[in-house]
Ligand binder design. Structure first.
Ligand code: NAD
Length: 483
């Protein structure tokens, strides 16, 4: 399949190589084949990108929000026109299936359109105050904002980061993950084609420890929005604090799914299959721990096993594939290590999966079978750590109180779901589950219309929803004394 790739960085509206001249390779996780070489950005490249964003700021901030919205509107149209080509690119660099890639690109286009619709809300207030005079507030963009993003949903997360910042009049520098920069670079060039002025959106590729850190350290960057592992998030928070920058952290998760005895079992099974194995289990809000009432555990587990066994693992470009490979070797090795540990420590029973699938070429990619582990013991790492891959631990509970207690016994608090028809149970779940997003009779659905983010080690700050605009704006108060 012929794909068009923007393989250079995007600095000041132009394709740019690395100042140091070095490159790194982006490989297809399904085949191990080289897709593209991308510049290994240096600190100097980060400075150039931030300088370009500083220079572009005044012009962009003085355009009307409606003009900015029109750029987004055109870009969303271009993304839809080129969806098949972009989906193939995203599948090849990330591993997800073509249908997952199309969904993600549709999500990116929808995010842009959502923020077009918010342009009218970029306004201040008139405030009567006691005494002689009045006050009003105006909203000012912060300046240069930046984001560092992971590889699991590169297009969607890019949309969540850039759209509220740019629509508010800020300029931007984006650092993609090193194994998935190609879709991000191509989307940035599409935004430029749609009319984004040079320097408003810049993309610098390179390693997190150098390129990422120098972006956080740069004194002209006023806000950092980070998505990635909790450990990296803490480092980013430290650096941001010393530069007195705003920071938002969207970090890891270990979402529980609670299946009560009155749940619609068929729909809960379908929800667990999709919730866990979508994107090969590499979604921050994937179902990562399953708590099932003991009276329905046998039926639920049997049906879940049947559903999981139907998933066809393969190259995401193959239309018949339900689950692609893991996105990189590190993830595959981690999942293999967990399975070995479960067996060695007798921490649970592997009821399906648990190994690399045996199909022609499976040894070339990072494939792993969708895996279910039942009877998982409480101290297993499957329940304590974030399992970012196709491995689902199942725990049996007596009642809702025990389920919620176990669900909350995690360092993470991103999402959680409760599956029941009982209103009292729904209310108890919504009130007592300690998470940023709670789903009822579903899991995984996200939308730019509503806030998204976690509590505890899942981070702080929110993406999406109308209130996010205030995160990218300063409020200036003006007090007027009337004669
Ligand atoms: P990661 O933390 O390893 O990397 C994320 C980004 O940070 C990459 O671009 C990387 O290059 C960069 N980076 C690495 N070290 C850095 C440093 N010292 N300073 C600055 N930047 C640095 O995470 P990952 O493996 O790419 O992504 C998977 C993680 O992301 C999972 O934990 C997942 O749950 C999380 N995630 C969270 C959300 C959310 O919204 N809460 C969404 C998607 C993914």
């Amino acid at each position: 399949m012929q794909i068009m790739v923007a393989m250079k960085m995007q600095i000041n509206g132009k394709a740019a190589g690395a100042c140091g001249g070095e490159c790194f390779e982006v490989k297809n996780p399904a085949t191990g084949e080289l897709i593209e070489q991308v510049p290994k950005g240096t600190e100097e490249d980060v400075s150039l990108a931030v300088d370009a964003a500083v220079s572009a700021f005044e012009g962009w901030a003085s355009t009307s929000p409606q003009q900015r919205g029109m750029v987004f509107y055109r870009a969303a149209g271009l993304v839809r026109q080129r969806k098949e080509e972009l989906a193939a690119l995203l599948t090849q660099e990330q591993g997800k299936t073509l249908s997952e890639a199309r969904n993600e690109l549709e999500g990116f286009a929808h995010v842009l359109e959502y923020y077009c619709g918010l342009t009218g809300s970029l306004r201040g207030d008139f405030v009567p105050v006691p005494g002689n005079g009045y006050a009003f507030t105006v909203k000012k963009p912060l300046g240069v904002c930046a984001a560092i993003i992971p590889w699991n949903m590169p297009a969607l997360i890019m949309g969540w980061k850039i759209a509220p910042a740019l629509i508010s009049g800020n300029t931007f520098v984006l650092k993609p993950a090193s194994n998935t920069p190609l879709t991000n670079l191509t989307l940035a060039s599409i935004l430029n084609e749609a009319g984004l002025p040079a320097g408003v959106l810049n993309v610098v590729t390179g390693p997190g420890e150098t390129t990422g850190e120098s972006l956080v350290r740069n004194s002209n960057v006023r806000k950092i929005s980070f998505t990635g592992e909790s450990k990296t998030g803490k480092r980013v928070a430290e650096l941001a604090a010393s530069g007195m920058k705003r920071v938002a952290l969207e970090l890891g998760g270990s979402d529980p799914m609670i299946v009560c005895d009155d749940a619609d079992i068929e729909s809960a099974v379908a929800g667990a299959v999709r919730g866990r194995f979508y994107n090969c289990g590499q979604t921050c809000t994937a179902v990562k721990r399953l708590y099932v009432f003991e009276s329905v555990a046998e039926e639920f587990t049997r049906k879940l096993e049947a559903g999981v066994k139907k998933l066809k693992v393969g190259n995401g470009l193959d239309k018949t594939t339900d689950m692609g490979p893991l996105s990189n070797r590190r993830q595959l090795e981690f999942i293999k290590e967990l399975v070995v540990e479960v067996k060695e420590k007798d921490e649970g029973k592997i009821i399906t999966g648990g190994k690399v699938p045996a199909f022609k070429g499976s040894d070339k990619g990072y494939f792993f079978e969708p895996t279910l582990v039942s009877d998982v013991s409480g101290d297993s790492r499957l329940l304590k750590e974030e399992v970012f891959g196709p491995l689902l631990p199942i725990v049996t509970v007596k009642n809702l109180e025990e389920a919620i207690g176990e669900a909350n016994r995690s360092i993470y608090g991103l999402g959680a779901s409760i599956w029941t028809k009982n209103l009292d149970r729904i209310r108890a779940g919504c009130e007592q589950l300690n998470a940023g997003i709670i789903w009822v009779n579903q899991h995984l659905k996200v939308a730019p219309e509503v806030p998204f983010g976690g509590v505890k080690e899942s981070g702080f700050g929110r993406e999406n929803g109308p209130d996010i605009l205030s995160e990218y704006l300063e409020t200036r108060t003006i007090m007027v004394k009337t004669p």
